[in-house]
Design a protein around this ligand. Sequence first.
Ligand SMILES: [Ca+2]
Length: 378
Amino acid sequence: MKVRTRSSAIIGTICLVASLTLTTASADEPATPRQAAKVVLTEVATAQNPSAGTAGPGGTVWLAERAGTVRALDAHGLGEPVLDISDETTTDGERGLLGIAFDKEFAHFYISYTDLEGTSTVDEFAVRDSEIQSDTRRTVLTQTQPYSNHNGGDIKFGPDGYLYIAFGDGGSGGDPHGNGQNLGTLLGKLLRIDPRGGQPYAIPPDNPFVGDPNAKEEIWAYGLRNPWRFSFDAGTGDLLIGDVGQSDWEEIDWAPADSKGGENYGWSQMEGSHPFRGGTEPANHVPPIHEYDRNGLGCSVTGGYVYRGEAIPDLKGQYVFSDYCDGTLRSLQIENGKVTGVSDLGVNGGEVVSFAQGGNGELYMLDLGGSVSRIDPA
Ligand SMILES: [Ca+2]
């Protein structure tokens, strides 16, 4: 039995819980948020250190367990592992099985993990009759990691059918190699590739740095520190990224569905909307749509999803997220890329490490300590 402890943090932050004051909104945001939706957390399963989840075929939700197993959740509960790579990864530092994704047709399944050397690896499997075909496994993309932390690792298909991969800045602290602003490395970036378009993958021709000899053509957006969790709004296609801060500011980044890519989210010249260690704000800096400091209980943002389910009408269109350190579920009201309200949803999920969006749009919350809960109406 794994002991639940903050030292099992896998998101890349030192959590100093010093105050009971909740600080959820920046000063320029409305002081009085709208009436928050009333929600409860309904535990639907217990997993072994669940780290990521995704909608699967037939109304299932597939869950990654950090040590290397994948299990499917259905109406009968959590099944036995359908995939086990536990002898190919470790949970040292912030490592492990960190992301899973299906393509839109549930024809291929992707895993994102660190291998035994710590190298970030994205592998693909064919899926037939809802089952992983293990003999079809192939490696799509790898990225060596200079340190054990800030691996990012989330993977998602965008509404454009391309696979997006989030990588942190390589780790240590303060981005010692300047990876965030260096377009010559995949570290500190959000990537966009076509995994079925070539061997091992193709670069979408409209990626923003195609043809730039000084940039990796896989890059979609840059200036990220540890984009631990990101998602696309299932209603609008907008992109939302939870980027974990260094020591002062946790942030949510946003881009509209019609973005051409190339956004510079600022790290490590900027932490949130603030210069980092004397940094200079890049001319093309895209500041976060929401940030919060470390004066409250939060210390490591966990990006979530815009709620597009049916069960909680008051929550529709709001971005649900949390923080690994304080576990409070919060939501942002967003209009035209601006946050117009921040709500405390009044429930605490423990060590909230990830969210998952079921095929019906309902949201699940993953507590690294084991609980998998659906967000239900109160
Ligand atoms: Ca930023």
